[in-house]
Design a protein around this ligand. Structure first.
Ligand SMILES: [Fe+2]
Length: 200
């Protein structure tokens, strides 16, 4: 079943255009005469897994992520937003893990993920996770936030933490209102995100 979607940042930040204009000085690096090597930023993936038995009464899956060295369980009891929007302005906030790959599986309910990676050819994607669906692999360096369905959701993360990963830094919250390129990418005047299992 598909989730329906509105574009909450556009709706909740009607005055954000001024903020965007004010926060878009030319922070882009200057063009140099030396060509740069293209960046190799891994794309997000939807990873299938083996389903030994998938019937209405019994569902028996092998969900092993062999490279995982940490497990997080995230339970939303209602239509939670993670991380929560900024209280005063409603601006979207995001997590970004510098040294952690997420591998997310919905165990109950559904959740919609908003992904932004400025190193991707197309930087903005919205991905739907359903119970028992594919595992969403989010590479390090990707801004991400999620919104649960009205009845909540339970998501297991089989994370891969690189050597030197620091939990405090991995779970830092980034406010899009303070990051011009992130804000511009998710604002209503930006090109629409690419949708995966989601409809407007
Ligand atoms: Fe994460």
């Amino acid at each position: 079943m598909f989730g329906s979607l509105v574009h909450p940042q556009a709706q909740r930040c009607p005055s954000a255009a001024a903020a965007m204009t004010a926060s878009l000085p030319s922070s882009e690096p200057l063009q140099t005469s030396q060509p740069r090597a293209p960046r190799q930023t891994p794309m997000f993936e939807l990873v299938p897994y083996e389903k030994f038995r998938d019937t209405p009464a019994v569902r028996f899956f092998d969900i092993t992520v062999a490279t995982s060295n940490a497990r997080d369980l995230v339970i939303h009891s209602g239509p939670a937003i993670s991380p929560p929007d900024e209280e005063k302005t409603g601006a979207w906030q995001f997590y970004l893990h510098p040294h952690q790959e997420d591998n997310l599986l919905a165990l109950h309910g559904g959740r919609t993920f908003y992904l932004v990676n400025l190193g991707w050819n197309y930087p903005y994607h919205i991905v739907r996770l359903e119970t028992g669906g594919d595992i969403l692999r989010i590479p390090p360096g990707t801004f991400h936030r999620s919104v649960s369905d009205p009845d909540g959701s339970v998501v297991l993360n089989q994370a891969v933490r690189q050597p030197g990963a620091d939990v405090m830094r991995e779970f830092r919250v980034y406010n899009s209102r303070r990051i011009p390129r992130l804000f511009a990418t998710t604002f209503r005047t930006a090109p629409l995100p690419k949708l995966h299992g989601v409809r407007w």
